[in-house]
Structures are given as C-alpha cells and as structure tokens.
Design a protein around this ligand. Structure first.
Ligand code: PBG
Length: 363
C-alpha cells in the first residue's frame, strides 16, 4: 500500500494527485478532441501521382502493390474514380520506350509525346482538375539521369535549356503547374522566364526546393524503368545529412540567381509570389519531416511534401503481412506531414485515403 501522506485525498477519501493543469481534459471525448485538433487532413490536400505508358494494357508495378502503370484511357478512368472521393489534383509520370530515349531527352518536349496527350485528356474530361507535370529528363534519358551527361558529368545549364522546352510543351498542353524535380541550379527562374515570355503567366511552378539523394525512390524507378544508367544522383540531389540548404530556401536562390551576387549566397527573400515559385516542396517524406518543418518556417509560400514510393511500399509490405493496420498507419502518416507543415501532400494513397476519410472522417 502507498504510505500515508504521499497522495492527497478528495473530500470523499479518493486519492488525489496535487496537479491543477490536466492535459487529459482536452482529450476526454471525441467531440473535445475534434474541437481542439490543430491539423486536418482532407482530399483537398492531396496530389495523386499517376504512372502512365503508351501501351494499351496496364502493367503491374511489383514493388508498388496497388499502383499500376496506366494506359491513357485507364489513367483517365483512375482520375475520374479518384475525383468522386474528392481528389482534384494529379501529377503525371511517364514510362517512355527505350527507342525514344536519348542523352538530351528530346522526347521530353515532343508536343505529341505521352505527357502532353495525357494532360489534354484529363483537362478535357475534368476541366476543374489541377494537373501537375514533372519537369526532369530522367524518364527520357538514355543515361538514366535527370540531366544531359557529358564525360560522366551532368551538365547544368545545357539541361536547363531542355527543361524550359519541356515546361513550355507541358504548358501548351494545358498543365496547371510544372514541377521541376531535376535539382539543376537556376532552373526555377529560367522556367519562370520561359513561361512568362510565351504568356503562360498563370502556369504555376512547384519547385523541388529540397530533394535528397534518397534510396527511397527505388520503387518509383522500377515503375518508370528510370534507374540511373551509371553512378548516382548525388551531384544534384541533396545530401541526406544536410538540412540548412533547404531551410535557406533554394527556390529563392534559384529564382533570383541573376540578382544574387554569387549563387552560393544563402538568400532567403520572401517576396511577391509572382516573381517566385508559387509552391515550394520537399521531395522527401517521413525521414525528412524536419526539412518540411524548416521550409514551413522559412517561407510564407505553400509547402508541399512527397510521401515517396519507398515509403508507400514499406507500408504496403508491412500491411500485407498483417504487421501494421494499413488504414490507421497511412492516415496517421499523412496527418503527420500536415502537422510538420506541409499544406500539400503528393501521395500514392491519395485516392484510398480520400475514400477512407469519406467513410470515417475522424481519423
Ligand atoms: C524524377 C523523380 C523521382 C521522384 C520524383 N520525381 C525519381 C528520382 O529522382 O530518381 C521520386 C518519387 C518517388 O519515389 O515516389 N526526377
């Protein structure tokens, strides 16, 4: 028994810990918890990545159960299906046939290429949708890199010329937001100028402000057959050990390169969105939530985060074995992205999570 005098007693003699603030009062019922909840999760937060290819049949992606490489008609059907659960935003990733790949990735700005056709198809059927398109050479590169290769090196500025053509091609097809994921220096400003010069001032840029050389992209590269042909992506994607370069707002550095006296100055310059990327994002995921949080604190722009393929696959694998409750863990994960500061989440769970939220809105 507890020695006399350790605990106080209520007037009726029950034990009483001498503590006035009791945080549990704000958790005492579902209604109270809902009332004080800081973070919400709705389909409006999601961007649904769709893999596409120019083949009549869909193909399974072994390392990403539940995802498929879609034919264009199937892509549209999937977008329409997701739409009925509240998903409004999509991002397209093409698998390109080997014959169409080259070092300079010319296919990336073919107006009749798979991405422009897919964009036109979705925008025609779902004009209120938000279609994002990825800007990078990797699906089109015979070298399996995001940029042009010369003597084993990735050429920065030559690549940007191609990326500008790619962005213009997507804009002409009706892309609402181009999303450079290549990590070349200076591409956000160059793409902005290229778009503006052709009158596409309304086309947004989602800048991959922080994108790490992560091993979590493996299943994505399976899906697109886009594994690096040699080496790795460490000369352009960031070192997982580093956080400061992200929080200093690479988007700003890039957008204002021509003004900055020397590109290595860490320039944080919150300014009018029209001169900058509309959205910054950390292509990162759970192990990088600190980066999403740093971005959130260093900019007033919306912040996006990518719940990447490897994280999706890990969760699927554990769920298949019955080791984790897929619904609970997936929704918790997405909520945690929001809590860390992401307004927008790119996730392969977009449709499924929206469905779950519709069935049972309280996580
Ligand atoms: C293309 C790109 C990649 C991802 C998004 N855009 C792959 C890469 O950089 O190798 C990864 C997304 C995921 O793993 O889900 N540059």
């Amino acid at each position: 028994t507890v020695p006399e005098g350790v605990l106080s007693r209520t007037t009726s003699g029950r034990p009483l810990v001498d503590q006035r603030p009791r945080p549990r009062r704000n958790r005492k019922s579902a209604a109270v918890r809902r009332m004080v909840r800081e973070t919400s999760l709705t389909p409006a937060n999601f961007v649904y990545p769709l893999f596409i290819h120019d083949v009549a049949e869909n193909a399974e992606i072994a390392s990403m159960p539940g995802c498929e490489r879609h034919s264009l008609p199937s892509m549209l059907a999937e977008a329409q299906d997701a739409w009925q659960y509240g998903v409004r935003s999509f991002i397209l990733f093409p698998k390109v046939e080997d014959e169409l790949k080259s070092n300079r990735g010319e296919e990336s700005y073919n107006p009749e290429g798979i991405v422009p056709r897919a964009v036109r198809m979705i925008k025609e059927a779902l004009p209120e949708s938000i279609v994002f398109t990825d800007i990078a050479l990797d699906p089109y590169s015979s070298m399996g890199h995001d940029g042009i290769v010369e003597d084993g090196k990735i050429l920065n500025d030559d690549t940007i010329e191609q990326l500008c053509k790619q962005a213009l091609c997507h804009a002409r097809a009706g892309s609402d937001c181009v999303a450079p994921s290549d990590m070349m220096d200076g591409r956000v400003g160059a793409i902005r100028d290229a778009l503006d010069a052709e009158g596409f001032t309304d086309v947004s840029i989602l800048a991959y402000t922080a994108k790490y050389a992560s091993a979590y992209y493996g299943p994505f590269r399976d899906a697109l057959d886009s594994h690096p042909g040699f080496g790795d992506k460490k000369t352009y994607q960031q070192d997982p050990a580093n956080g400061r370069e992200a929080s200093a707002g690479r988007a700003y550095i890039e957008a204002e390169l021509d003004e900055a006296e020397g590109a290595d100055i860490l320039l944080v310059k919150p300014g009018p969105p029209q001169t900058l990327a509309e959205t910054t994002s950390s292509r990162s995921g759970l192990p990088y939530l600190d980066v999403a949080h740093r971005l959130r604190q260093s900019t007033s722009l919306p912040v996006a985060a990518y719940h990447v393929s490897g994280e999706y696959s890990m969760l699927k694998a554990a769920a298949e074995r019955g080791w984790l409750d897929e619904r609970k863990v997936a929704l918790e994960t997405l909520l945690c992205f929001r809590r860390a500061g992401a307004d927008i989440i790119l996730t392969y769970y977009a449709k499924q999570a929206s469905k779950w939220l519709m069935e049972e809105p309280d996580l």
